[in-house]
Design a protein around this ligand. Structure first.
Ligand code: PHE
Ligand code: ZN
Length: 849
């Protein structure tokens, strides 16, 4: 059990470990409740360290024996690890411990999933496997022997030797313990091969449970594309003889980049047209790329300590978005990323959980695998690249790899390569790593005598622990259009460094219309009261795809806010502009589908809150309904055309072109359903031969309340496919009318196929509950209570997933006093549980503030 009084760890307290690890040998004798782990580790005093305490982490381990240089050692064991007297020279530490993978429901360390053994060591799971300096700056080469009656026995690196009931692996690349992995089970492989740029042949495998062979082809192609792309774009070649991916059903996160042995949540790798949607395919391609790219940004160059997490995650997310932009449509990817950033990172950064991209303290590091570290961390790199230019960025990365290969690094190391290559001083830029909160950018304009002046003011509201904010470096991409819609100033990068700063444009024949923050060039809130006419103009004319979309989004948001606030009718100018755009069949269908998706209810709640209006979830839901009904009526004659353009006649391919069309078709269907009561949706459901069409039809039938038969039919068709059944659980709650959401979540949690030990299934039900804005925020608090009940139950089994899901409550201070009181009571009830985990304790206390 973890310590009752949680300790806070500080970045400023970093000290190197007193010893270096020269070699690690591990032997696993697998048994479900009594696995033996034997370690033989060569330590030597670390000349760079002052603290020479020999402390090894270890949790939930039964120590059987410990030796130093072959003689019995005298360790002092605590719940967190052990200390031991050691000689003042190199020595060999040996230990034997016993662990119980079968009863490990936290899914950290060595655990079992469907009869197979697997590991998850990031961030601090290795200490649940054996005693070790479980910190990322301690790197070593590992040799691993696995003994067990399983046909497949895998670990990191290259296969060394094997026989009946055993296998040995050796990883030649020094790595920290968090990248260790072991997999054993009755698995089959989907094979592949790749020849690297220097002509080395690499064996590829996706390891799965028998029966899943038909769901691997796409993932394998994605892996090969990722390997090629990293060679071509970043000059990074793969460095082992073999690359293994394993699909695991029970997994807390998406996937894990263990050296040479990536472990994936099965939902993040397995796919087939019949069982997966276009969105699933795109996500899988991105996650496979992400984990593969970690081989260089994360594994070859790793983090000195967990405060530096964004060093690998921000960079790797940035790299995987570049990859997706190259493989698919760059503007569509950018728009999707910004939707995601605003949907997940902004609420975090603007609420009680706000923390810097590089946090300065934590109690439980698992709680910092956040949208801020990942997605804002990637935005920061995007800004850096804009500021130094593509060439500067490429040179800086070359230097980063050359200088730091094999090291455990910091954000200071990262920024230094950019400074050395470009000669820039990045001292101020570094505030992006240390200052939390979303900057707000105000704009004023002036035009006289042919000179157009933009004056920007930046301000970041205070966040927990940071009352004072300093100005940040903001790259602001701007273009100017003249009143005819011609671009008179092409995209120009303004570099703002002051709290207030003006920029002039000369020789303009008339007052231009500005297109600001093109491509969302900085992760800020643009506070601009642009006129409705101007937004409509940009919606029609902007040459920057992102800002064209943004103009439509702004119009939609403003209209919806006016509907909620003053009972206004939907904005006709917006609908006209949108209609013109939808009719333009030169425009990418995916882009048009995105234009049809308005701001989420949660985004509207935040916008109203910032406007001084207490958001009423029912009124927001009603406004969205009215808007959709009005769109359906307004575009009545256009819908058949959109549906037609959304049809794919070729054989199913999950590529950008086809999925863009299907997205447009789905958007059209959702409006159509408001007119025909579900007739078209039922037809599509009956004929569907791929999951994208089947699921979008089912979603419409659920929203229309015509779902009884389809829900049953879907279940009967897919009851043996766990990933599809996750969708079945989730959609019935996610697409339900608000007043049904809580009852459905209750009923589904009593369904025989509900299994709270499986994070995917738990999230399918309770993640969907939390995401259905009006349903979760039901006035009587039943949504809050139900979620709290289940989080309390789950915490005893799986603290990591419980703590992550507590963030459903992070926006509690936005709402009316009544709802606030109910959410606070739910949070306090969680907090008062006697054996609450460290993970959940930290999250709940931060949210309560
Ligand atoms: N490092 C993983 C990734 O981003 C995420 C992860 C973190 C997985 C912690 C498991 C546990 O790819
Ligand atoms: Zn990652």
């Amino acid at each position: 059990m973890k310590d009752a009084a949680p300790q806070t760890i500080y970045l400023s307290d970093y000290t190197p470990f007193g010893f270096v690890v020269e070699e690690v040998h591990l032997t696993f004798r697998l048994a479900p409740t009594s696995t033996r782990v034997l370690s033989r580790i060569k330590f030597a005093p670390n000349p760079d360290a002052t603290d020479k305490t020999f402390f090894l982490h270890g949790e939930d381990l039964k120590l059987i024996a410990a030796k130093i240089d072959g003689k019995p050692a005298d360790p002092k064991v605590t719940p967190e690890g052990l200390t031991c007297p050691v000689p003042d020279k190199p020595f060999v530490w040996e230990a034997e411990v016993e662990i119980s993978p079968q009863t490990n429901t936290a899914l950290e360390g060595l655990y079992m999933s469907n009869g197979m053994y697997c590991t998850q060591c990031e961030a601090e799971g290795f200490r649940k496997i054996t005693y070790y300096p479980d910190r990322p700056d301690v790197m070593s080469v590992f040799t691993v022997r696995i003994e067990g009656p399983h046909p497949v026995l895998l670990s990191n690196g290259n296969p060394k030797d094997s026989g009946d009931g055993w296998a040995e692996w050796r990883d030649p690349w020094p790595k920290p313990s968090y990248l260790f992995a072991l997999v054993a089970g009755d698995l089959v492989n989907f094979p592949g091969a790749f020849t690297t740029c220097s002509g080395k042949d690499v064996e590829l495998n996706i390891w799965i449970r028998p029966g899943d062979e038909g769901k691997c082809a796409f993932g394998m192609e994605a892996l090969k594309k990722s390997m090629r792309w990293d060679e071509e774009v970043y000059g990074r070649e793969y460095d082992l003889d073999i690359f293994n991916i394993v699909a695991v059903d029970d997994f807390n996160m998406g996937a894990m980049e263990n050296k040479g042995l990536n472990v994936f949540n099965s939902s993040a790798v397995l796919a087939s047209p019949e069982t997966s949607t276009d969105m699933n395919f795109e996500r899988i391609e991105a996650i496979i790329a992400h984990e593969y790219f970690h081989n260089w940004t994360g594994n070859r160059i790793t983090c000195r300590d967990w405060f530096q997490l964004c060093l690998k995650e921000g960079l790797t997310v940035f790299r995987d978005s570049q990859f997706t932009s190259d493989m698919r449509s760059a503007p569509v990817k950018r728009i999707s990323d910004v939707i995601d950033l605003r949907g997940r990172q902004f609420p975090e950064d603007q609420g009680p959980l706000s923390h810097p991209v590089r946090p300065e303290s934590f109690q439980e590091i698992n709680n910092f695998y956040t949208a801020t570290v990942y997605e804002k961390g990637a935005e920061v790199i995007g800004m850096l690249k804009r500021l130094v230019g593509d060439e500067g960025y490429a040179e800086a990365l070359e230097l980063y790899f050359a200088r730091h290969d094999g090291q455990a690094c910091t954000i200071e190391d990262w920024l230094k390569v950019f400074e050395d290559v470009t000669g820039r001083d990045l001292t101020q830029f570094k505030r992006w790593y240390s200052q939390s909160g979303t900057p707000r950018l105000k704009v004023a304009e002036d035009y006289s005598d042919g000179t157009y002046t933009l004056t920007f003011t930046q301000m970041t509201p205070p966040t927990p622990g940071q009352d004072e904010k300093l100005p940040q470096v903001l790259p602001i991409a701007v273009g100017l259009l003249n009143p005819n819609g011609d671009e008179v100033v092409k995209t120009t990068l303004l570099e703002m460094t002051e709290a207030e700063q003006s920029f002039e444009f000369h020789n303009l024949a008339s007052k231009p219309v500005p297109s600001l923050l093109r491509g969302f060039s900085a992760p800020v809130v643009l506070d601009r009261t642009a006129s409705r006419e101007e937004q409509v103009f940009l919606l029609a004319h902007d040459t920057d795809a992102f800002n064209r979309w943004e103009a439509g989004r702004n119009l939609a948001r403003n209209s919806l806010m006016a509907m909620v606030r003053d009972g206004a009718a939907p904005d006709q100018a917006y609908l006209d502009g949108l209609g013109a755009l939808l009719r333009d069949d030169d425009l990418d269908p995916a882009f048009r589908a995105l234009m049809l998706s308005g701001p989420s209810q949660s985004e509207l709640a935040q916008a109203l809150f910032e406007d001084g209006v207490t958001p009423d979830p029912d009124a927001i839901w009603q406004a969205k309904e009215t808007m959709a009904d009005t769109m359906a009526a307004t575009f009545r004659d256009l819908l058949p055309k959109l549906a037609f353009e959304g049809k794919v006649t070729d054989a199913y391919e999950p590529n950008a072109e086809q999925s863009g069309k299907r997205a447009l078709g789905a958007a059209a269907l959702s409006l159509m359903t408001r007119l025909d009561g579900g007739e078209a949706a039922q037809k599509q459901f009956d004929k569907a031969d791929n999951m994208t069409l089947q699921l979008s039809a089912l979603s419409q039938l659920i929203q229309a309340g015509k779902d009884a038969e389809a829900v049953q039919a879907f279940h009967d068709q897919w009851k043996d496919d766990r990933l599809v059944i996750d969708k079945w659980f989730g959609l019935q709650i996610g697409a339900a009318q608000p007043d049904q959401v809580v009852d459905r979540a209750k009923a589904l949690s009593a369904h025989p196929a509900f299994d709270m030990k499986n994070p995917n299934r738990f999230r399918a039900v309770f993640g969907a509950l939390a995401m259905n804005h009006a349903g979760f925020h039901r006035k009587d608090g039943a949504g809050y209570d139900l979620l709290a009940d289940w989080l309390i139950k789950l915490d005893a089994m799986n603290p990591q997933t419980t703590a992550r899901m507590c963030s459903a409550f992070q926006t509690w201070k936005r709402y009316d006093t009544d709802r606030q009181a109910k959410m606070k009571a739910a949070l306090e009830r969680i907090a008062s549980q006697p054996k609450l985990s460290r993970d959940t304790t930290e999250m709940v206390s931060r949210i309560l503030g």
